[in-house]
Design a protein around this ligand. Structure first.
Ligand code: ADP
Ligand code: AMP
Length: 219
């Protein structure tokens, strides 16, 4: 099974993706995580991506499509993938279709986690991420057992540079203008499902899992 998880920044895509990839044995492909790794490694691509990320803007399509294409071509993706945060523009969605066709991969579902703007601001400004393993927490809604320490690996938690109020507002604008048009793109293909993300992490997960189990049953 191959799925796309979309939604505005802070809706819980990464949180749900962490659980879904375990439940359905999928490879997690998060373009945001790939860029953050490239920045950490100090690569040229990471340096370029950071310029856009720090402003809350999207990284240019040709860069993003290039890294996704390379990742999808690896053999471990044959067993199923979860795309998190990609595609984010109509151009990326069209390019993805071409790549998938070449690789003989079919998308089975596009799940959008939807949450209203005030709540997104609360979620993003309180988000903390493990520097070591990337696990996501929230200071109030999903805190670690020990303050600032990752439950899984003991790594230090940090606040992402782009999780400031100002950058978050820009990212929400960008989502509406550049990413929302892909909803229609996937609705026309009959793949789109919107899930109410303003509930507990467990409830959202149960909802998405039910939907995916039904799709699996059909396949
Ligand atoms: P995205 O990947 O969509 O940007 P994240 O999964 O990183 O979003 O979640 C954003 C923040 O909101 C994180 O701090 C996360 O712990 C928290 N969060 C995720 N899902 C929920 C939820 N259902 N209820 C409350 N907080 C949540
Ligand atoms: P995320 O981790 O999904 O919140 O992404 C963080 C940032 O990485 C975004 O604000 C963009 O600057 C960049 N990014 C991630 N995915 C994409 C994408 N598919 N297209 C363009 N930019 C992206």
């Amino acid at each position: 099974m191959n799925i796309i998880v979309m939604g505005p920044p802070g809706a819980g895509k990464g949180t749900q993706a962490e659980r879904l990839v375990k439940e359905f044995s999928l490879v997690h492909i998060s373009t945001g995580d790939m860029f953050r790794s490239a920045i950490k490694e100090g690569t040229e691509m990471g340096r370029k991506a950071k310029e856009y990320m720090d402003k809350g803007a999207l990284v240019p399509d040709e860069i993003v499509v290039g890294i996704v294409k390379e990742r999808l071509s690896k053999p471990d993706c044959a067993g199923g993938v979860l795309l998190d945060g990609f595609p984010r523009t109509i151009q990326q969605a069209e390019a993805l279709d071409e790549v998938l066709q070449d690789l003989n991969i079919t998308i089975n579902a596009v799940v959008s986690v939807d949450v209203e703007e005030d709540e997104l601001l609360n979620r993003l400004t309180g988000r903390r991420v493990c520097r070591n393993c990337g696990t996501t927490y929230h200071i109030k809604f999903n805190p670690p057992k020990v303050r600032n320490i990752c439950d899984h690996c003991g790594g230090e938690l940090y606040q992402r540079d782009d999780d400031t109020v100002e950058t978050v507002k820009e990212r929400l604008k960008v989502y509406k203008k550049q990413t929302m048009p892909i909803i229609d793109y996937y609705q026309r293909k009959g793949l789109f499902l919107s899930v109410d993300g303003a509930r507990s992490i467990d409830d959202v997960f149960a909802d998405i899992s039910d939907h995916l189990e039904k799709i699996k049953g059909r396949g």
